[in-house]
Design a protein around this ligand. Structure first.
Ligand code: CUA
Length: 203
């Protein structure tokens, strides 16, 4: 029994070592590459499950030439669809977003639908993970829950010509009380809201 065990290591030592003759430097780089892959996999997993990473997909198709004539983009803006749940229809065109401002109560869960009436644009809401390409003929959709009160500018992220840098708007997240006050006000002032926005944009 003991003799057998003693023979094994001496027999093993006589055999050539089991390596492919990899240079130590190459081995180190292989370790680095594997470590990077593991780091990326962890990052994607965290982004996917903890960070709420979403892939914007083509939601549906439409005709960009008639998009402003009928359907939700004929009157872009926010609609309430349930308790704390909203839909926002945003129209991108050279060189503005309609509407320029979306006001939501804190905690609002908003499904954001964006389409373009002309060229390819981008739609990114600062400090959120909402970032999508806006392609004429396609509807891009992402959802976001606005848990913090504040202003979140949205900007065009695809170069679309001379006015590209001026293509932006703002999501205003207000307290429940402020929102309630606003909605009762706007019920009587809806017709003035476009005029107010124009004045704000000039300033
Ligand atoms: Cu629209 Cu850049």
């Amino acid at each position: 029994m003991s003799t057998e065990l003693d023979e094994r290591p001496s027999g093993g030592a006589a055999e050539p070592p089991l390596t492919m003759g990899i240079d130590p430097w190459e081995k180190n780089w292989m370790r680095v590459s594997i470590a990077l892959l593991v780091i990326f996999a962890i990052a994607i997993t965290i982004a996917g499950f903890a960070g709420g990473f979403q892939l914007p997909g083509p939601e549906s198709e439409l005709d960009p030439r008639t998009v402003t004539q009928s359907g939700p983009w004929a009157q872009p803006g926010l609609r309430q669809i349930g308790d704390g749940q909203f839909e926002a229809y945003v129209l991108a065109q050279t060189w503005n977003f309609a509407p320029r401002e979306l006001v939501v109560p804190v905690g609002a869960e908003v499904d954001i639908y964006v389409t373009s009436a002309d060229l390819q644009h981008g739609f990114k809401i600062t400090d959120t993970n909402v970032n999508m390409m806006v392609v004429p003929g396609q509807v891009s959709k992402l959802s976001f829950t606005f848990d913090d009160i504040g202003e979140f500018p949205y900007i065009c992220t695809e170069y679309c010509g001379q006015g590209h840098a001026a293509m932006y708007g703002t999501v205003k997240v207000v307290s429940e009380a402020d929102y309630a006050a606003l909605t009762t006000d706007t019920a009587t002032e809806t017709s003035d809201s476009s005029a107010t926005q124009t004045t704000e944009n000039q300033g």
